[in-house]
Structure formats: structure tokens, C-alpha cells
Design a protein around this ligand. Structure first.
Ligand code: G3H
Length: 530
């Protein structure tokens, strides 16, 4: 297979390297004179294939990591900091200021998304726009939360003014497949609730944060957001070892989540907001609308080359229809266009991890050595930065591609006769995020839905799995997630209910009244935010 090369549109050419030579700590963009790491794209700028140098980032060490942690702790200041005690309306103003500045950086961020992680142009634009929308929706939801708690209640002679308060210092780590959206879906709710944060961008998709640094610096009080660069082991590990982190917010894999949690000396202090691996299955029943099922399985298994936690990573297809399914599905996979992210209609794009094609090849070799076949003509064709999605059939439990989260372009198809087979596999799996169920007969679907909702957290009827719309709960069972994210739920995941209680007597009531009338407290308030 040929690595695509076509003239790169002028707007997307790399004319200048992004040399990130500072990091954000304590409200200051600190110049870095030490070691740096070069950032390459697996996309070639020349006809003769070679990775493209995009820029460089600071390789910070333990000292700088602890400096960032200290800045976050000072900004939180044991709950007395300006940010955690600020009026909700004022925190919202900071967030509005940030998002307004962020919007002006769309072009730069979208271009870097394409180069750094190979996401195609429409999806890169969508990632940016969806993130902006997420921030506005979060602001609106927070206003509503504030309105709902702008009151007192009384039970058993005790008045209570109940709100949600911040948890403290958050260490935020995002994934490479949604380096903007998923990271901000953690960071933004964490910040708006009054927490302070240390944020380390993902390994791939790191330079695209550079255009936003100034906005972070100028929108929030110093030390509220601290942005550091470097290897996870060097910077995140010592931060966790201090025991000063209150929330670990991570979207990535459970191996790194477990390793980091274990570093924390006070496990009960540490709250977790985690989005981890998944192996979402599709179950195609004999009466399914095959055209629809095939189109949805194509989208589910191949969009962004299968590098989505919600991707369909194993397809269970009933024996009665498997022949037809395999024929039509394989043909459609082969018809997908591979090209650079800016090319019109490119559905498959270069993989950002240089070693991914070799890993996918290992999975294919393992499966074929155990009896599976690559059933599509182009399956497994490789180039310097890609491997064409291989449809593997029949896949069995002994194969690595059945057990591992492939997070890339290979599609295992498992035949089944009895619905108990996929259900048993799902129950035995370490993961429990979502499922796609294709079928029509309500008598069959009803009991299945009733079981599946207890094995995963979202049953997608006749459609592929996905996180959005972002107002819906996004979570998982078992090793797939800890806590729930959505515009609404994330605000709760990054906060705790806390309240002021006072016995109903003249002495206390007079104080409460004065607290309200004087508006001296930012917490005790019944103001209605418009
Ligand atoms: O990587 C996992 C993402 O949360 C998936 O989001 O379903 O919108 O692609 P998506």
C-alpha cells in the first residue's frame, strides 16, 4: 500500500515549527532552558516518506512537577484561596473569558489536531466545536445547579443551605485520541467547580494546547491551572507521591490509572474520575436490517481508525446471516478511502503511534495462526504509517484480538448461534462500557435489553456506540470507568455536597438573615444567577 502523498493545501502546510519553550505555573509562562523533546507527525510532507517535525516541548522533571503542584495547592490554599471561595458568577465570568479567547484559536488547533494525531478535517473541526459547545453547556448547567441550591430547607428543626463545593487539587491527564475534547471534558468542570488543577497534555496531541496557553494564563487567577510537559512517570508519579492530590482525573488506560493511584499514600483522600478501556461489542441478530447494521458497524469500528474508547471492537453476528454480513461488510470496509486528514472523503488516516501498524499486524498474525482468515481484500495492507483494517473471521476466545483492546484498525467477527454466547462473553469481560444491538423483534429485544443494561452502561439500539450527545451519561462498569461524565454529571463528579446547618431559633435565624442581606458570604447566598 502506498503512503498517501498529495499536495498539502497551503492552509495546512507546516511553515513554522511550534517550539513550546515555556510551561504554565503559578500564573506565569515560565521559560524553559533545559532538555526538550521533538514532536513528530507520522504524516509525510515530502513524496519520499519521512515523518514531519512539528516542533518541540519541554521535558520537565520532578522539580518542575512539584512546583506546579505547589502552585495548585497555594491557589487552593486549604479551601481559603480566591478561586474556591469565589462567587459562582465570578468563576463563570473567568470561564466565559477563556472560551471566548479559545474560539479565536480554532484554525491553529484544528491544523495541529490533523498533524499530531491524524484526525481528518471534519472530525478535527467537530472536536474543537464540540469542546466549545461543551464549555457553554457546562456554564449553563452550573448556573442551573446554583439556582437550584439558592435556597434553604428545614427538617426536624434544622435549617440547611446545601450546595456543591470543590474537592481540592486535581491532576488531569487526557488521552491522545481526543486530546482536546476529552481532556477539557475533565478540566473544565473540575475548574468551574472551584478546584485547582495540574494538567499534563497527552503524548500525541500536545502542541495543540500551545495556542491556548495564553488564554489559560489570562482567564484564571494564578495557580488555578498549571500546565506541564514531560513523561508521565517523571512528572505525574512524584506529584501523586506527595499525597496532596485530591482527584485523579484520567482518560486513558487502567494500567497507568492503577500505577498512579498506587503512588498516592492516602487512598481514601483520593477521588477518581476515570475513563478507561472498553471492548464494546455489536450483536447482530438474524432479523436485523443488514444495510443499517453494516453501515453502523463500519462507522463504529473504523471511524478515527478504531482509536475511540467507544469503538466497536468485536462484532458478534448470528450464523444465519453471517455469510451475507461478511460479504457486504468486507466490501464496504475495502471501499473506505485512506488519505491524509485534509483530503476530501478520507475516512481512514495515518496512525499517530509509529509502532501501531506492527502491533495490529501481530494481532492479525496471532488470529490467522489460530484459524481466522482476513476476509477483505485490502485487509492488512501496510504503508509506513498505516495498516488497512483487516476483517478477521472466525474469531475465537483464544485469539489476542478477542482479548485485547486493539484501539486501531482491525475488526474481529465472532459467529454465534445462541444469544447466551455473547452475553456470557460480556459478563466475563473486564470491560462494561456500551453495546450495539441490531434487531427488530420486540419479543427478542426486550429481555435482551433488560440483561444488557446490567452488563454495560448504554445499549445502542440499531446504532454504533458513541459518547455523545454530551448531555447523556458517559460511564462504564468494571475496568471501563470510575465516576460518570456528562455535562451535568461531571459537575457532580468534581464536587461534593457541603452545607451550612443551623438550628431554627431566633439567635441563629437573625444571623442567617444578616448573612443573606449583607451578601458577605459567597457560599450563603440565595441570589438567582441569570
Ligand atoms: O475515546 C472515547 C471517546 O469518549 C469516544 O467519544 O464516541 O464521541 O467518539 P465518541
Amino acid at each position: 500500500m502506498k503512503t498517501p502523498f498529495s499536495n498539502i493545501p497551503e492552509a495546512f502546510q507546516i511553515t513554522k515549527l511550534t517550539k513550546q519553550d515555556s510551561y504554565l505555573v503559578g500564573g506565569e509562562l515560565k521559560q524553559w532552558k533545559g532538555e526538550t523533546s521533538e514532536v513528530y507527525s507520522t504524516i509525510s510532507s515530502t513524496k519520499e516518506y519521512q515523518p514531519t517535525l512539528l516542533g518541540s516541548i519541554p521535558t520537565l522533571g520532578e522539580k518542575e512537577a512539584i512546583e506546579a503542584l505547589d502552585a495548585a495547592c497555594v491557589a487552593y490554599n486549604k479551601g481559603q484561596g480566591l478561586w474556591p471561595t469565589m462567587k459562582v458568577v465570578d468563576r463563570i465570568s473567568c470561564m466565559v473569558k477563556f472560551v471566548e479567547q479559545m474560539k479565536t484559536k480554532r484554525e491553529e488547533v484544528v491544523k495541529l489536531l490533523m498533524w499530531e494525531i491524524g484526525k481528518n478535517l471534519p472530525d478535527s473541526e467537530k472536536e474543537f466545536d464540540r469542546t466549545v459547545e461543551y464549555i457553554y453547556d457546562t456554564i449553563e448547567d452550573y448556573k442551573q445547579m446554583d439556582r437550584d441550591s439558592a435556597k434553604f430547607e428545614k427538617h426536624a428543626g434544622v435549617h440547611a443551605h446545601i450546595r456543591r463545593g470543590p474537592l481540592g487539587v486535581v491532576l488531569c491527564l487526557g488521552p491522545y485520541n481526543y486530546p482536546l475534547n476529552e481532556t477539557f471534558a475533565l478540566l473544565i468542570p473540575a475548574l468551574i467547580m472551584g478546584n485547582t488543577a495540574i494538567f499534563k497534555p497527552a503524548k500525541h496531541g500536545v502542541l495543540l494546547i500551545s495556542p491556548l496557553l495564553e488564554a489559560f494564563k489570562t482567564s484564571f487567577p494564578k495557580g488555578v491551572v498549571n500546565i506541564i510537559y514531560g513523561r508521565g512517570r517523571t512528572v505525574a508519579t512524584p506529584i501523586m507521591q506527595t499525597g496532596k492530590v485530591d482527584v485523579l482525573a484520567l482518560i486513558g488506560n487502567s494500567k497507568s490509572a492503577n500505577a498512579l493511584q498506587q503512588q498516592h499514600p492516602k487512598s481514601n483522600r483520593l477521588r477518581l474520575v476515570l475513563g478507561l478501556e472498553a471492548k464494546n461489542p455489536a450483536i447482530v441478530l438474524p432479523d436485523a436490517d443488514l444495510d443499517l447494521a453494516i453501515d453502523e458497524c463500519i462507522a463504529g469500528a473504523t471511524s478515527f481508525n478504531g482509536q475511540r474508547c467507544t469503538a466497536l471492537k468485536v462484532l458478534y453476528v448470528h450464523q444465519d446471516i453471517i455469510e451475507e454480513f461478511n460479504k457486504r461488510f468486507s466490501a464496504k470496509v475495502d471501499a473506505l478511502k485512506f488519505g491524509n486528514p485534509w483530503e476530501n472523503g478520507a475516512k481512514l488516516t495515518p496512525l499517530p503511534e509509529p509502532d501501531k501498524p506492527a502491533y495490529i499486524q501481530e494481532l492479525i498474525d496471532d488470529a490467522t495462526s489460530k484459524g481466522a482468515k482476513v476476509i477483505n481484500a485490502k485487509g492488512g495492507e501496510t504503508s509506513e504509517n498505516y495498516i488497512f483494517p483487516a476483517v478477521l473471521y472466525p474469531v475465537t476466545k483464544e485469539m489476542r484480538v478477542f482479548q485485547e483492546e486493539q484501539f486501531g484498525p482491525v475488526i474481529p467477527v465472532v459467529p454465534f448461534n445462541d444469544i447466551e454466547e455473547p452475553l456470557d462473553d460480556m459478563a466475563a469481560s473486564n470491560y462494561g462500557q456500551q453495546v450495539s444491538l441490531f434487531g427488530k423483534d420486540v419479543k427478542t429485544l426486550a429481555p435482551l435489553i433488560d440483561t444488557l443494561v446490567n452488563l454495560v452502561c448504554r445499549v445502542n439500539l440499531n446504532s454504533s456506540c458513541q459518547r455523545g450527545p454530551d448531555v447523556y451519561p458517559f460511564t462504564g462498569r468494571k475496568d471501563s470507568a470510575v465516576a460518570t461524565l456528562s455535562v451535568h454529571d461531571a459537575l457532580r463528579s468534581f464536587s461534593i455536597r457541603t452545607f451550612v446547618a443551623s438550628k431554627d431559633n431566633a439567635y441563629n435565624n437573625a444571623i442567617l438573615k444578616e448573612l443573606l442581606d449583607s451578601k458577605a458570604s459567597n457560599f450563603v447566598s440565595t441570589d438567582y444567577i441569570l
